[in-house]
Ligand binder design. Structure first.
Ligand code: AGP
Length: 586
């Protein structure tokens, strides 16, 4: 899991690469490096953040890398770019070369000297072995020998071109005038060009100053459309917020609104299935759990929700099911693996993703795009509410198509959904109130989140956000389960965040609140109901919404609570320790 970039043109390659790497930093940040052609190849790479690089050379052709270690600990020698024995060829790689041991042994027998513990270094030595004065030819021969996942860019000291290839790791091309770019993600070069080509698995790309050519691995030329990116680089920057995460929390009204608008025009949702299997990881999994409640409520069909890492290895099952994969990045290895398996099982497959042309779109038959814009903070926020918007819309449409709801209820639900961006705005104004609570809980060691029914996944999500960025131990529970064990952990002053929307579980939630209060918990109640104030230590009022939509407002409070707790504790909010934005390894 890493970010790669390549540049060829007339600008300072040092500047283009370093600025691009900064925008790719969300993909990994344990080491970084650049290689620039300038009377040979000059390399600067080291462990740590991009700012640590001391690049005192320049040129107009180069490649760069920001790393999240998989093979080989984060050390200078394992940082990319990696070179062949003579420093004539440099490569950057994102992914895993599964047959690297086999290749390394073969190459070592031929005399190649390896300097790193990475799987990626074999690529440089393979190119060296196959090079006969033409990088392009060597690259085509090399690529056939690799097994695994990769986005690779390679350069040669004596040639003015970049060769790149994609297999199960993202790669996009930026088209300029007398300059071209290649990168793991569009923001890396968006300040220079908004004309992009999204590479597919099994494609090779040749970039020179004046042209970009795409081939398949056999060397056949492929035609590819150039797309215009509508969002600007400002969208991908902090716009004055202290952290990307906060900016992204505040972008949720727009993210939901734009997602809904794109869906309102879709009329291709007439699918035949009698069961839904939702598969995802992390926050996307929590969106899937909310999806289960919505679909069971509106469609009255069974819905199973799996962690992708579990689904991948379950026995094959025959089913008339729709397998729905939720992944904001579209690159999560576990989710891609699960999608592959579902196709093998013959299931109808669909994905909800935020990234245009991401890998998941090649694995499924139908795609619903969320339109949240790029999410840079490692903690997912706006992509989560955008995923929820898609799930609600999908379920409401299915309910109408299947005659499970009449026109009146359909309109009621769609109108309720249309109002969500406005309801989120009215929740965001509670920020100052939430900061006060964050100040209190930032001093605690454990925090519990409880809820019932459709808000139970929101309790899980609140706990995940809290753990992920504040590093405080946090657990989410269905409130009714407390008495079966977790209640033993509640003692004087332990914070319990209780979600209490006015749904059919409301009275039960009040009982659960009283239960924890009686054991001395510090209870923060999140509810639209004034009455809740009587039973809790602190009440955060949220806007009134029809109970089925309450996850939207509740999750926003929990995101802000986690954010401000982490901020007070001085955490690296956008880049929490040990984590990366898209997890492209199993
Ligand atoms: C969310 O805050 C996490 N960083 C993580 O759980 C994430 O949701 C998970 O890795 C899935 O990512 P995806 O949606 O890109 O597949």
């Amino acid at each position: 899991m890493c970010g790669i970039i390549g540049y060829i043109g007339f600008r300072s390659a040092r500047e283009v690469l370093l600025r691009g790497l900064k925008r790719l930093e969300y993909r990994g940040y344990d080491s970084a490096g650049v290689a620039i052609v300038n009377e040979g190849i000059k390399i600067e790479k080291r462990r740590g953040y991009i700012e640590k690089l001391k690049v005192n050379f320049d040129g107009t052709l180069g490649i760069g890398h920001t790393r999240w270690a998989t093979h080989g600990v984060p050390e200078d020698r394992n940082a990319h770019p990696l070179t062949d024995c003579h420093g004539k060829i440099a490569i950057v790689h994102n992914g895993i070369i599964e047959n690297h041991m086999e290749l390394k042994n073969e190459l070592a027998e031929k005399g190649h000297k390896f300097l790193s513990d990475t799987d990626s270094e074999v690529i440089a030595h393979l190119l060296e072995e196959l090079y006969e004065g033409d990088l392009k030819k060597a690259f085509f021969r090399m690529i056939k020998k690799l097994k695994g996942s990769f986005a690779i860019a390679a350069i040669h000291a004596d040639e003015r071109r970049i060769m790149a290839a994609k297999m199960e790791s993202p790669l996009v091309v930026g088209i300029g005038d007398h300059e071209n770019f290649i990168a793991s993600d569009i923001p890396a070069f968006l300040e220079y060009t908004n004309r992009v080509m999204v590479l597919k698995d099994g494609e090779i790309c040749e970039l020179t100053d004046d042209f970009v050519r795409i081939y398949d691995f056999e060397g056949n030329k492929r035609d590819k459309k150039v797309k215009k990116v509508e969002w600007s680089i400002e969208n991908a920057e902090k716009s004055g917020y202290e952290h990307f995460m906060l900016k992204e929390i505040f972008e949720q009204p727009r993210a939901v609104d734009e997602t809904l608008h794109s869906l309102f025009s879709r009329n291709d949702m007439n699918f035949d299935f009698s069961k839904v299997i939702i598969v995802a990881c992390g926050t996307s999994y929590h969106a899937g759990l909310v999806g289960k409640y919505i679909m069971e409520e509106l469609l009255h069909i069974p819905v199973e929700v799996y962690y992708a890492s579990e689904y991948r290895y379950r026995p094959n099952v025959r089913d008339n099911a729709l397998a729905l994969f939720i992944t904001q990045s579209g690159e999560t290895a576990d989710t891609l693996g699960a999608a592959k398996k579902a196709r093998e099982e013959g299931l109808l497959t669909m994905a909800i993703t935020n990234v245009l042309g991401s890998s998941i779109t090649n694995y499924v038959e139908y795609v619903l795009y969320t339109h949240a814009g790029p999410e840079i903070g490692v903690a997912a926020t706006k992509t989560f509410t955008a995923q929820l918007a898609s799930l609600y819309y999908f379920a409401i449409q299915q309910a109408k198509i299947r005659g499970m709801i009449g026109m009146r209820r359909y309109r009621e639900l769609i109108n309720g959904l249309r109002k969500i961006p406005y309801k989120i705005e009215n929740t965001l104004v509670r920020e100052r109130r939430i900061i006060k609570e964050a100040e209190k809980i930032s001093k605690k060691r454990d925090i519990f989140f409880i809820a019932r029914s459709i808000n139970y996944p929101i309790a899980l999500e609140g706990a995940l956000k809290m753990k992920e960025i504040s590093y405080i131990h946090a657990e989410g529970y269905p409130a009714g389960e407390l008495k079966h064990g977790p209640l033993a952990l509640i003692s004087s002053g332990v914070p319990v965040i209780a979600l209490a929307p006015l749904d059919r579980t409301y009275e039960k939630m009040l009982s659960n609140i009283k239960e924890v209060a009686a054991r001395g918990a510090y209870v923060i109640g999140i509810s639209s109901q004034d009455e809740v104030e009587k039973y809790v230590n602190s009440w955060i009022k949220v806007p009134d919404v029809e109970p089925i939509f309450s996850p939207f407002v509740n999750v926003v409070v929990l995101q802000l609570l986690a954010y401000h707790t982490a901020r007070i504790l001085g955490r690296e909010i956008d880049k929490p320790r040990n984590l990366a934005k898209s997890v492209t390894v199993e």
